[in-house]
Design a protein around this ligand. Structure first.
Ligand SMILES: [Zn+2]
Length: 426
């Protein structure tokens, strides 16, 4: 059996469901494997049961490359699964279990790439750094954010690769691989709507905050923000179509006309988004609420600010008896697109899939790459190639039941990470 499959099976069998995480068990396993292959390991743990593992093949002082991953996973509901969610079974060429795609598969592929280079006596020009971080899924400050602030020397790197991209789309016969070079900012806020309480049997004498909130929620839902042409979207369309519409309002129709998948891919990337997700009003059926709180998930384009967002919300909602409260904004960083790391990814795609195009994308979710860009100005991309499993299938399995990864994609991942290390540090 291949080395990466065996390592992934062992990682899946270690339950690192976050919360509580218990990533130390995974860090231990990785340390044992890497040390057996001659790679020096460093151990960083804010609390003993939530260790981060950093390993390094020291370089000769040139620019460094960090291969990032996280070892925690989200909860799995066993009743929904066809197989043991922590079994790591190999069935018909696929490894099953929580984390197979997000992201123990990449953890295993990264460890194998680094271990195999070490065995071959690879002497990099700059440090090759392996980071298996804790606590990405919840983000309570035990993982990469903590490493970047408290152990900066351990994880500082000129370039980094992480999760967040690597999908292969088939656009009307033309293959397109996406590399994540930027991400939106997660900036949720609370909308607090005020009224006056009263007995629910006499609604006329009260002022129902829930009803007032309903009208505001509808306004948010109906709002269509002004699209913008962001550099990643422009570069993406340029590589696929050879041109970019000048009028931002033409972006989506233009992309959809090429392929509906392309429209879906760029839709969240042309503007900020609002998605009301939680609501709280009266705690008694017969009491009309004086206060209704709506929590709104909101994602901003890189460079957009929370002030801009709140001004936009006020313009959409108009005057009223409400206030807005930002919850906590994070992310929203980008890396340049013309870099040696881009060339390294592009040369892999060219060799692996002749005729295919590599295009940048700004991801709508949050990844640990943000911490590297924010702390060190690292050129941080998300790319882990997947070809055997179509992206629409993977999207349904991540954070869901029956998560699994094809062995062919794990091996493709090992080839990619070795290629990137050799291209950047050879
Ligand atoms: Zn992940």
């Amino acid at each position: 059996m291949s080395e990466v499959v065996e390592l992934l099976q062992r990682l899946i069998r270690v339950d690192t469901t976050n919360p509580p995480g218990n990533e130390t068990a995974a860090a231990d396993l990785l340390r044992e494997y890497l040390e057996a292959n001659g790679v020096a390991c460093e151990w960083y743990a804010k609390v003993p049961e939530r260790a981060n593992l950093v390993a390094r093949i020291p370089g000769a002082g040139g620019p460094s490359l960090a291969l990032l991953s996280h070892t925690d996973v989200v909860i799995a509901d066993a009743a929904e699964w066809k197989r043991d969610s922590f079994g790591g079974e190999l069935v018909d060429g696929e490894v099953w279990g929580r984390g197979a795609l997000d992201m123990k598969g990449q953890v295993a592929a990264t460890a194998v790439a680094v271990a195999s280079l070490a065995r071959e006596g690879f002497r990099p020009s700059g440090d090759l750094i392996f980071v298996a971080a804790a606590d990405e899924e919840v983000g309570d400050g035990f993982g990469l954010s903590w490493l970047c602030s408290e152990h900066a020397d351990a994880v500082r790197a000129d370039h980094s690769l992480n999760e967040g991209g690597g999908e292969r789309l088939d656009l009307d016969g033309k293959a397109l691989w996406v590399c994540a070079t930027a991400e939106k900012m997660s900036a949720p806020f609370r909308l607090r709507v005020h009224g006056r309480s009263g007995h629910a049997s006499m609604p006329g004498i009260a002022d129902n905050a829930l009803l007032k909130a309903a009208a505001l929620v509808e306004r948010l839902g109906a709002y269509r923000p002004e699209p913008r042409i962001e550099p990643e979207v422009a570069a993406l369309l340029q590589s696929v179509a050879g041109s970019v519409p000048e009028d931002p309002s033409e972006l989506l129709p233009f992309a959809r006309a090429i392929d509906p998948q392309l429209g879906d891919l760029i839709e969240p990337l042309v503007s900020l988004t609002f998605a009301p997700t939680m609501i709280e009003a009266s705690s008694k059926r017969n009491v009309i609420p004086a206060l209704c709180e709506v929590t709104v998930d909101s994602r901003l384009l890189p460079g957009q600010t929370v002030d801009e967002q709140l001004a936009c919300v006020r313009a959409v909602l108009g005057e009223g008896d409400y206030e807005l409260e930002s919850i906590e904004a994070q992310g929203g960083t980008r890396s340049p697109m013309q870099t040696p790391l881009w060339e390294a990814v592009a040369s892999f795609v060219a060799a692996e899939d002749p005729g295919a195009v590599l295009a940048p994308v700004c991801v709508s979710g949050f990844t640990d790459s943000h911490w590297m860009r924010d702390a060190f100005g690292t050129v941080a991309y998300g790319f882990f190639p997947a070809r055997a499993m179509p992206p629409e299938e993977a999207a349904l399995l991540i954070h869901s039941a029956n998560e699994r990864v094809p062995v062919d994609d794990l091996e493709l991942g090992v080839r990619f990470l070795r290629h990137a290390a050799l291209a950047m540090l050879g």
